[in-house]
Design a protein around this ligand. Structure first.
Ligand code: NAD
Ligand code: UDP
Length: 389
């Protein structure tokens, strides 16, 4: 059991137990953060979300040591008068709530903008007015496209880090035209970042902004038709897991040429815990949290996941494991893509001494073992059921 006794911050000061109002605690990141806080710290969580399926294992645990340190409040921050009271009860608010799956950005742009900007406004306001610290989750997508993506395809400068490394305090935010509604999410997140920054500058809000770079691991999103809508399109990890479980080819959007750096959720959560427990080092900062050493194209990700899944499931890979689809066919009108996302780690290294640890192969091995164990039987049953048509 975690005690307050022997835990110290990065400057050797004892860490006192705090109460955290975690909005969006029932999601992928929230579930891992709750687990970490309950198992390894003495802090208390007021967990707010519309859903709690991913944290159920942490809630109904009268016999477990932390049962008095987590309270679930089922509420929608759009329209619930309890929000301010809960923020007031806590020392720190962490806002994770968002619509954050790319399939929604161009098909539900209004919901996306409301969720990522308008719905966060009261959270920021209540934190400022009540002098409460805020850790707000933004996204690496605020960088948009790299400068290098505008160079000719064969330009050697594309290999120069100056044209692609994303730095919190130096890189521009480059989005496509308005009709490319993909950027509705990035633009809403950028504006809420600017608002939080301005509240810090003008009204003294103590804030930290987190820009996650493709955090992946168990409990991310849903498997369509099993624990989510059959027609739903989750993020790439769940899309590819779903295809592997169903023994269908993995769909590569526009050839799978886009590049991403993937980080294991458990490494990323270590960084968030350092931010929570080291306010003097984290306040006023925007942090990239990613793993620059795990960069691959989406095609390479598909190939690696195919190989790892064959190992963990014991089933041979398909002879033709991938298929190309156009982005219009897959996501519809208005899709666009970030070409490459490599985080600069200077600021998080300097402030918190944090580094990612887990290789892409290792994180896929543990994640796909979880996917296989959790879903393989259910998917087999779903496939065997005669369809109603
Ligand atoms: P998620 O969808 O799993 O979690 C978000 C949670 O917020 C969900 O449980 C949802 O029910 C809840 N929520 C949404 N609107 C709400 C509302 N109005 N009231 C109450 N609860 C609400 O997503 P995640 O991957 O855990 O992401 C968390 C945050 O991190 C988001 O802000 C997202 O934009 C950001 N982010 C994540 C990644 C990543 O790699 N996972 C990358 C970039 C940014
Ligand atoms: N993608 C793909 N096939 C899929 C799902 C996603 O090729 O089945 C691509 C998508 O076009 C993007 C990348 O994978 O280039 C990562 O997509 P994700 O949904 O995880 O979110 P993003 O990193 O774009 O925010």
């Amino acid at each position: 059991m975690a005690t307050a006794m022997n835990r110290v911050d990065l400057d050797g000061r004892p860490i006192r137990p705090i109460t955290i109002c975690m909005i969006g605690a029932g999601g992928f990141i929230g579930s891992h953060l709750c687990e970490k806080l309950l198992m390894e710290t003495p802090h208390t969580i007021l967990a707010l979300d519309v859903y709690n399926d991913k944290i159920k294992h942490l809630l109904k645990t009268e016999s477990l040591s932390w049962n008095d340190r987590i309270q679930f409040h089922r509420l929608n921050i759009k329209n619930d008068s309890r929000l301010e009271g809960l923020i007031k009860m806590a020392d720190l608010t962490i806002n994770l709530a968002a619509i954050c799956t790319p399939a929604d950005y161009n098909t539900r742009p209004l919901d996306t903008i409301y969720s990522n900007f308008i719905d966060s406004l009261p959270v920021v306001k209540y934190c400022t007015e009540n002098n409460k610290r805020l850790i707000h989750f933004s996204t690496c997508e605020v960088y948009g496209k790299t400068i290098g993506s505008f160079l000719p395809k064969d330009s050697p400068l594309r290999q120069d880090p100056a044209y692609y490394i994303l730095k919190e305090d130096a890189s521009p935010c480059i989005f496509g035209p308005i009709e490319k509604q993909r950027w509705s999410y990035a633009c809403a997140k950028q504006l809420i970042e600017r608002l939080i920054y301005a509240e810090g500058a003008e009204n003294g809000l103590e804030f930290t902004i987190v820009r996650p770079f493709n955090w992946i691991g168990p409990r991310m999103d849903f498997i369509p038709g099993i624990d989510g809508p059959s027609e739903g399109v989750p993020r790439v990890l769940a899309c590819f897991s779903n295809a592997l479980l169903r023994r269908e080819p993995l769909k590569l959007v526009d050839g799978g040429q886009s590049q991403r750096s993937f980080i294991y959720i458990k490494d990323a959560i270590e960084a968030v815990l350092l931010m929570i427990e080291n306010p003097a080092r984290a306040n006023g900062h925007i942090f990239n949290v990613g793993n620059p050493y795990n960069e691959v194209t989406v095609r390479q990700l598909a190939e690696m996941m195919t190989e790892v899944y064959a190992n963990v499931s014991g089933e041979p890979a398909l002879e033709v494991p991938t298929v190309d689809v156009s982005s219009k066919e897959f996501y519809g009108e208005g899709y666009d893509d970030s070409d490459k996302r490599v985080p600069d780690m200077t600021i998080i290294n300097r402030q918190l001494g944090w580094n990612p640890k887990t290789s892409l192969w290792d994180l896929l091995e543990s994640t796909l073992t979880y996917q296989h164990r959790t879903y393989a039987e259910a998917v087999k049953k779903a496939i065997a059921r005669p369809s109603s048509s």
